[in-house]
Design a protein around this ligand. Sequence first.
Ligand code: NAD
Length: 473
Amino acid sequence: MEMFVAGDWVDRAEKIEVRDPFDDAVIDTVPAANSKDVESVLAASVEGSRVARAMTTYERSKVIGRVGDLVEERAQNFAQLIAREGSKTIREARKEVSRCVNTLRSSAEEARRISGETIPFDSFPGGEQRKGYYERMPVGVVLAITPFNDPLNLVAHKLGPAIAAGNAVILKPATVTPLSAIELTRVFQEAGLPPQVLQTITGYGSVIGDPLVSDERVRMISFTGGVEAGKHITALAGIKKIGMELGSNSPVIVWHDADLEWAVETCVSGAFWAAGQNCIGVQRIYIHQDVYTEFRNAFVDRTASYKIGDKLDEATDMGPMITEEEAARVEQWVGKAAESGAAVLTGGGRSGTLVQPTVLEDVPPSVAVHCEEVFGPTVNLYPVSDAAEAIAEANSLNFGLHAGVFTRDVDTAFKIAGGLECGGVMINDSTDYRLDTMPFGGVKNSGLGREGIRFAIEELTEPKVVCWLLRNA
Ligand code: NAD
């Protein structure tokens, strides 16, 4: 596929191969952009922001809504593309496409709701003869950088709100999964978006990232990815707005009065969705000691029944990890945990990119599978004896995206939810739940700011005050 720079589809001699992580087959190639391409997109984005700002709300809303319709019409093609270029099974990929349609349609709706309010300038002496309002203006040029694990919907979460708000966007999709993003860019063109408003540049983050991130023409960086890249980008950005949707190590608390069958089912899914490569995937489960053994046995049985393998097979529950390097890292982390005293209750093995769904207990707090984001198909079980301990353990790491609590008792739910330090608490569900329109984001190293259409639009715009001094009133 080609990239879309300054209104043209362009190719380059240097290419990046996009491989299916299941069988290593080359699906396609994309250009590896160079520093001249970076300058071209930056220059074109300035004109793009003028064009975007001049579009009416109605035009922006109509284009984005049309993109939603076209993605829905081509849902099967998009699902195949997601399942081929990334880690998701075809069933997981279909779900991502339908969520992408919701994200786009909600962006089209929210475009019409961007507004300001009048300001009571006479609130204090001296303002009696003033009248005015504030409106929200687009920030200008938005640099959107996206990760590999949701190659379509997380791109829609950048493009939908940014364009709804009247911005121009430079999109830098994940190096390993750029195809869904390029197809979505094509659909935006087909739906009638002026070509300068959205540009999609492919290449290595390490090569084209720094000059894009540090350029003053970019007024906001909207980044979704790992903490390491997030810290690098934040340090380099200079004076511009920054949105950071980063990783986590999500805790779930299962209380003695919980519906254990449901808790097992949803936590297994939450731990192994997209082979655990999910920013809100379940990584640590704190179980009340009275039900620990019952939960553990059922959890291990359900995990062991998971069918792993070919992503395009409807019966497959879990596909491969994104690269063999990543799969080897997870295998090594599990090995280190086992050497340090953790028990591997099921899984632990690997064949190429396929890592077995793995359940651990007796995990020492010093090992990586406990204190880092694994971003792979492993989960740790721990017994706890009271709510204070469960809350303290859940909060003990430098992440805070989602947490889950399973209990039938309202007081317990309120108490635990109140004590958790994170962006969202799911009661009677795993951490792996997100409505695309809810405020979504983290605290601590999990991020800065919020996405979720309306909340993203808030970040992607600036209030501008207009104040009249009525001299003869
Ligand atoms: P990553 O940080 O390796 O890469 C993310 C993006 O940043 C890619 O497009 C990459 O090319 C680019 N990049 C890397 N270095 C860069 C640089 N120096 N300058 C500019 N761009 C650069 O992450 P990944 O492996 O693709 O994704 C996994 C991570 O993303 C996990 O940590 C996961 O938790 C996180 N994530 C967070 C959310 C969220 O909404 N909070 C959602 C999905 C994934």
